[in-house]
Design a protein around this ligand. Structure first.
Ligand SMILES: [Zn+2]
Length: 555
């Protein structure tokens, strides 16, 4: 066991070190914790007999641990088999939750049951999964305090506490780890030899291919693969990062696990980050870190406070040009039309939805009508349409609607620049066709962040954003359906709280379109400055169609 996971040895060494009174292990899942706890219990039965108490979160879990973990270990370890009689044997004196051996005994208790926690004196207390303990054992108070009291009479007492952490501020293991000497396992880079901690922020992968994940050395940047892990783990060492008086703290995460690949971790992360609940579980169980409650997003009331004294489809003074962003769903297309001014001041001109099966042509005709609306006598300068859901239909629509510069766009979690273009039309030999279809790659994380920060912008400052007086509540709700969170590793991630997040998606694309036109470079200093691109010619070829278009009010 410890040969494959050598970091376990340092924890076992602390157990037998007389200078250490308490051992705290803050850990992820899949690092072999169950075996560590079993080995510690076995050590005190075989090598250093003493009264031992094992505390599990509940009485049921205490029984299960005794049956599924302790019993098989006693049975399969010759050194232990002779020392503890089977509870089923006649006059063994042993039960499921209490067993004797020469020189000591082991009691297994539930943190929810005060009876098991408060009887005989105990020298060794092993607390398992402390973040799942109740605040109080029945009416008797903190289960850890109760169990601690029982060990006070022994000068050579020892406490071991282990857990996967939960929410910051409410995590017992976090609190205990903070009071320890905070040891991390430093491993040598196979390329440059520098010792470093394995941290999530250095796990990289090609977009869309989490299985290709690798670890990028923080020091030399070289690629570290799963195959390097055994030699790194074998050469690693625990290093304390804080001062402490007799409390050894160990932190270990899944990246060290010999049973989990970097690709497994990356794939699980992408899966988990769809909701805050699953993301919390992932951060706790994969990284062994606490969850910082609450992402950053403006409030619903704050969004509605941006309502000004103009109506939807009116173009207020100050608008230099207009962009649009569209979010394509199976049976509808959401759209945002937005006017832009100096210093990135902005006015929402229209938010709406066009209903219809997007695999059929009708809905696209109606969307074309909407986008050809002349707002205050002006036409939309640039439209970005999310092509992720129906690429073929979106490409066809964009080719057919050059007047509003409709362009297929693809959202990315992050990019090296906020917006960039690539050509998608290629010949059968793979050569790019000149003047072929362009695809705009959009860093949606960047633009959602921009939208949210502008909502929180002071109304009396240059660059303020505005909403029409008749904007619906649903718009505000959708705009804050996602929030930005900063992972413990420092990575930024967006999590969705509500399935209906279309307004925010549309706004991100409309803002990306404005960025593509150079809005970030337009300063009030030069009031005569024209938008960076000339207004396209407006051929009078477009004939409006009839159909179901809900502008501003729906649902
Ligand atoms: Zn290196």
């Amino acid at each position: 066991m410890t040969d494959r996971a050598p970091y376990q040895r340092g924890i076992m060494d602390a157990v037998s070190d007389p200078l250490i009174r308490e051992i705290v292990v803050m850990k992820s899942a899949q690092v072999g914790w169950t075996e560590i706890l079993g080995n510690v219990a076995g050590y005190y039965i075989d090598r250093d007999p003493a009264p031992v108490l094992v505390v599990q979160p509940t009485l049921e879990m205490a029984e299960a641990w005794s049956k599924d973990r302790l019993a098989p270990m006693i049975r399969d370890t010759p050194a232990l088999t002779g020392k503890i009689k089977d509870a089923r044997a006649r006059d063994s004196g042993n039960t499921l939750l209490h067993k004797t051996f020469p020189g000591g005994h082991i009691t297994i208790a539930g943190a929810n049951s005060p009876a098991g926690l408060a009887s005989r004196p105990i020298r060794i207390v092993l607390f398992d999964e402390v973040d799942r303990y109740p605040a109080s054992a029945g009416t008797e108070g903190d289960p850890i305090g109760l169990a601690r009291k029982r060990a006070t009479t022994f000068w050579n007492r020892k406490l071991l506490m282990g857990s996967t952490p939960t929410v910051s501020g409410a995590s017992r293991i976090e609190l205990a780890f903070e009071a320890s000497d905070k040891r991390y396992y430093f491993v040598p880079c196979p390329h440059c030899g520098t010792f470093e901690r394995l941290e999530w922020q250095y796990v990289k992968w090609e977009e869309g291919k989490p299985r290709s994940a690798y670890y990028a050395c923080k020091h030399c940047g070289a690629v570290i693969e799963d195959r390097h892990k055994p030699q790194m783990l074998a050469g690693g060492e625990w290093r304390a990062t804080a001062e402490s008086d007799g409390i050894a703290g160990f932190h270990i995460n899944e990246l060290y696990s010999p049973w989990v690949s970097f690709g497994d971790t990356a794939a699980a992360f992408l899966d988990a980050k769809r909701s805050p609940e699953t993301l919390q579980t992932w951060i706790n169980t994969a990284l062994g870190q606490v969850w910082e409650e609450r992402g950053e997003a403006p409030t619903f009331d704050r969004v509605l406070q941006l309502r000004s004294d103009y109506q939807s489809r009116e173009v207020p003074e100050g608008v230099l040009f207009i962009t649009a962003g569209c979010d394509v769903q199976k049976d509808r297309v959401y759209y945002v039309v937005r006017g832009w001014g100096h210093e990135m001041a902005s006015w929402l001109i229209e938010f709406g939805v066009v209903y219809g099966d997007t695999s059929q042509p009708e809905v696209w005709g109606r969307l074309s009508d909407v986008l050809h609306t002349e707002y205050g006598g002006r036409r939309i300068r640039q439209t970005f349409i999310d092509s992720g859901y129906r690429p073929e239909a979106v490409y066809a629509f964009c080719r057919a609607n050059p007047e509003v510069r409709a362009a297929p766009s693809k959202g990315h979690e992050s990019l090296s620049s906020p917006v960039r273009m690539s050509k998608v039309d290629v010949t059968h030999r793979g050569a790019v066709i000149k003047n072929g279809q362009q695809l705009w790659h959009v860093d949606t994380g960047y633009f959602k962040g921009l939208v949210h920060s502008r909502i929180d912008w002071p109304q009396d400052q240059p660059g303020a954003w505005h909403l029409p007086a008749d904007i619906i509540d649903d718009y505000a709700k959708q705009l804050i359906a996602e929030s930005k969170i900063t992972l413990p590793s420092g990575k930024i991630s967006w999590v969705r709280h509500d399935r209906e997040n279309h307004a925010l998606d549309c706004e991100a694309y409309a803002a990306a379109a404005a960025r593509m036109l150079g809005i970030d470079r337009m300063r009030r200093r030069k009031p005569e400055a024209e938008p960076v691109e000339p207004v396209p010619a407006e051929p009078a070829t477009h004939q409006p169609r009839r159909g179901r278009v809900v502008r501003g009010r729906f649902r």
